[in-house]
Design a protein around this ligand. Structure first.
Ligand SMILES: Nc1ncnc2c1ncn2[C@@H]1O[C@H](COP(=O)(O)OP(=O)(O)OP(=O)(O)O)[C@@H](O)[C@H]1O
Length: 371
């Protein structure tokens, strides 16, 4: 656990970067510090590994005041990942990752074996170990940065805007990868970003800072969306917070109704409604519009079908149930108005409607009110 107790950082020029910060970061969780530029996120993060010293107050790691520990020893248990990875340009990728184990006295062979394992863990081919950082894409360099920070197997990982230099698609992949890694590694991660969507996706708890280094709210993401503490948090959290909040509500109680499907090559069904066309594994191919011409000699072809909308995975992708948001999105984005529900393998299991999502939502509200 990491604990900030009334921590203030005043720089020599008088700037108060962090003002009386008190919060606890639970072990084994991802906690995100978010806020506008200059609100003291980086300063707070760096006070944990003593790259910056607090002016007053205490930072404790596992109950021990960091100010009383030798920085080198403290940092052995704390991995650090920064924007644009900060790799050594003249060392190979493998040697970059092996740096900390080598510094800790491991043999070269053992450090390199460990580095190879880590490259695999972060989803990079082991052959990339021979390359130099400049020979990798930004996203790949970022993965190397994560592998390097994990090399000594530290229980704590500090990540300062690690994904902000890559494009949105790569960034999303890296976020998913981090969540996957965390499920496996169970580290205590403090993650700094100025992107509220990233904070809400990654954080089990999110600390919102305002300029002047004051903590505006510290809460679970669903709570931030549902009940922002004040105007500042509300405007920082941004638009559509009601809709985004659906992402945190389980679609457990939602009714999945029967949906008429037809395989490619089968006879065109006689119905005036839309029909979902599926492949041999019951995965959706597209929609057959009522009176559509996507047929040859009375059988359904894959050409000319209406493309489908997003899919509602009833298993939620991580062994959990899907969210009301994904169910609602499936219903709203489907050309037929029927949201397509699929199982973990992508096979169609039925349909959901916007009305059934709203019914599940009011049931969840009633339950919350009587709880
Ligand atoms: N060495 C320094 N001397 C004086 N002021 C500093 C110093 N380092 C940071 N600051 C100031 O402290 C405040 C907080 O800076 P910090 O880098 O922690 O913010 P941040 O929230 O991480 O911002 P960003 O998102 O832009 O990186 C800012 O006003 C900054 O200008």
């Amino acid at each position: 656990m990491i604990e900030f107790r009334d921590v203030t950082k005043r720089y020599p020029d008088g700037t108060v970067a962090v003002d009386e910060l008190s919060l606890s970061v639970e072990a084994g969780t991802i906690t995100v510090f978010v806020g506008p530029s200059g609100c003291g996120k980086t300063t707070s993060l760096r006070m944990v590994n003593r790259m910056i010293e607090a002016t007053s107050g205490q930072v404790l790691v596992d109950g021990q005041d960091v100010a009383k520990q030798k920085p080198a020893q403290l940092r052995r248990g704390i991995g650090y990942v920064i924007q644009q990875a900060g790799l050594f340009p003249h060392r190979t990728v493998l040697d970059n990752v092996a740096t900390v184990p080598l510094l800790s006295g491991w043999s070269k062979a053992k450090a390199r074996t460990r580095a190879s394992e880590l490259l695999e863990l972060v989803g990079l081919p082991v052959e990339f170990g021979k390359r130099y950082p400049a020979q990798l894409s930004g996203g790949q360099q970022q993965r190397v940065g994560v592998a390097r920070a994990l090399a000594a197997d530290p229980p704590i990982l500090l990540m300062d805007e690690p994904f902000s230099a890559v494009d949105p698609v790569v960034r999303e992949g890296l976020q998913d990868e981090l969540l996957r890694l965390q499920a496996e590694l169970d580290k205590t991660i403090v993650f700094v970003t100025h992107d509220i969507d990233e904070a809400i996706k990654l954080g089990e708890k999110v600390a919102v800072f305002r300029v002047g280094g004051k903590l505006a709210q510290y809460a679970e993401p669903a709570e931030l969306l549902r009940a922002p503490a004040d105007e500042f948090v509300s405007s920082f959290v941004g638009r559509d917070r009601g809709y985004r909040g659906l992402g945190f509500l389980s679609a457990d109680g939602i009714a999945v109704e029967q949906l008429e499907t037809v395989p490619v090559g089968a006879a065109v069904p006689t119905t005036n409604d839309w029909v979902l066309v599926v492949d041999g594994e019951r995965k959706p191919v597209g929609w057959l519009r009522p009176g559509s011409s996507s047929t040859v000699d009375g059988t359904v072809t894959a050409d000319g079908l209406e493309p489908g909308g997003s899919l509602y995975d009833v298993e939620g992708g991580n062994g959990t149930t899907g969210s009301l948001r994904s169910a609602m999105d499936a219903a709203l984005s489907s050309p037929s108005g029927h949201g397509v529900a699929v199982d973990g393998s992508g096979a169609v299991v039925g349909r959901v409607s916007a009305e059934s999502v709203l019914a599940a939502l009011s049931k969840a509200r009633e339950q919350a009110a009587t709880a």
